[in-house]
Design a protein around this ligand. Structure first.
Ligand code: COI
Length: 357
């Protein structure tokens, strides 16, 4: 169900823009945000674009205690011709409603929210960084607001979309990252919430991430939660490997996040007639391929990370150095195609750019 209308209140105190040349990921926010509220029996109401700012919540709000919340990440780009577009927002909205379903949270009308996001980006268009490889990141987030300590789905929710001008997700930009395979902790299990974009998946991953960081690794590679044998994802990215000419990505199995960039990469590879297989792949199989000299490339995919080459994988005292720590040709080709389409520099054969203006 959609609210009756969307109201817009402009800020009277626009903020200074950041130094575009020193932009990091997710540290500054634009002037406005979208907000709407939900109440059982009433549906979504009071949809509004208002100045970005803090708001009050009860300390008893259900989200603080039981984590009933979902989020998304998507980007807006300025094209060379001055046009502004969102990249595949319908995919993010669909996934957010799938996450809502898993977390016993209410659905929303995707078209209404996409339209609201377009109005928000149009209003804050001067927050889209005027640099190649940068974008305005949109972060929709929805959370339970009932002031109630019982464990039950909330009857009230708030939905927000904030926007943040962003540079590369990793400090090194599009340069190969070092990933440690996680052997102790697990991220998700079959039947759990791994396929939903919900805070608990990320909170539970931080311990392993912290240890990896102390050991000089950028992220961890998660193995399946049951046998700790099959490769799942990196946490902020899905993952692809090129083994002896074949590009392989773990098949979606209910505990892996169905990434929008993952899906776009698969579609592009098929479009180019390159061999792409979605299947189960174990860390042993990958290691054996490495030993045979057949692990040609590895890279992660994600909205924030775009295409992120993996230069080193560390697993049980084995350092697997991939493509001499250089960006591989498939990762480069995909990066150029995806950012080229996003920034309107090359043809968009799939209609992925959702034009705002
Ligand atoms: C994204 O790629 O948009 C994500 O949500 C990953 C991460 C920043 C949590």
């Amino acid at each position: 169900m959609r609210p009756a209308e969307l109201t817009i209140t402009r800020t009277t105190t626009p903020k200074e823009k950041p130094n575009w040349d020193q932009l990091q990921f997710g540290r500054v926010f634009s002037d406005h945000m979208f907000v709407m509220d939900y109440e059982e029996g009433r549906g979504w109401y009071d949809a509004r674009i208002v100045p970005f700012g803090n708001f009050e919540m009860s300390p008893a709000s259900l989200v603080f205690h039981y984590g009933q919340t979902v989020f998304e990440g998507l980007k807006a780009y300025k094209g060379e011709d001055g046009s502004i577009a969102l990249f595949r927002p319908e995919q993010n909205m669909k996934r957010m409603n799938d996450s809502n379903e898993r977390l016993s949270m209410p659905n929303f009308d995707s078209e209404f929210v996409i339209d609201a996001m377009k109005q928000l980006v149009a209003l804050d268009a001067d927050w889209i960084p005027p640099r190649d490889g940068m974008a305005l990141y949109l972060r929709p987030v929805m959370f339970a607001t009932d002031a109630f300590l019982g464990v039950a789905p909330s009857k009230t929710y708030r939905f927000i979309v904030m926007t943040s001008p962003v540079g590369a997700y990793y400090e090194g930009g599009m340069s190969p990252v070092k990933i440690a395979v996680e052997n102790e902790y697990v991220r998700a299990v079959k039947g759990g919430t791994g396929a939903a974009k919900t805070a608990g998946n990320y909170a539970g991953a931080m311990k392993a991430q912290e240890v990896a960081d102390q050991e000089g690794y950028d992220q961890v590679l998660w193995l399946d939660g049951r046998e700790q044998k099959y490769i799942e994802e990196v946490g902020a990215m899905n993952v692809f490997f090129k083994v002896n000419g074949e590009i392989i990505t773990p098949a979606l199995n209910g505990s892996i996040l169905p990434g929008v960039t993952r899906q776009s990469v698969i579609q592009l590879l098929k479009h180019w007639d390159m061999p792409i297989t979605e299947r189960r792949i174990s860390i042993e199989e990958l290691h054996e391929a490495y030993v045979r000299g057949e692990l040609e490339e590895a890279f992660g995919t994600g909205t924030a990370a775009v295409i992120s080459p993996i230069g080193e994988l560390y697993w049980k005292d084995e350092h697997m150095y991939i493509n001499d720590g250089e960006i591989g040709p498939v990762a480069q080709k995909l990066y150029d195609a995806i950012t080229g389409i996003q920034e309107g520099k090359i043809e968009d054969p799939f209609g992925w750019r959702n034009i705002i203006k």
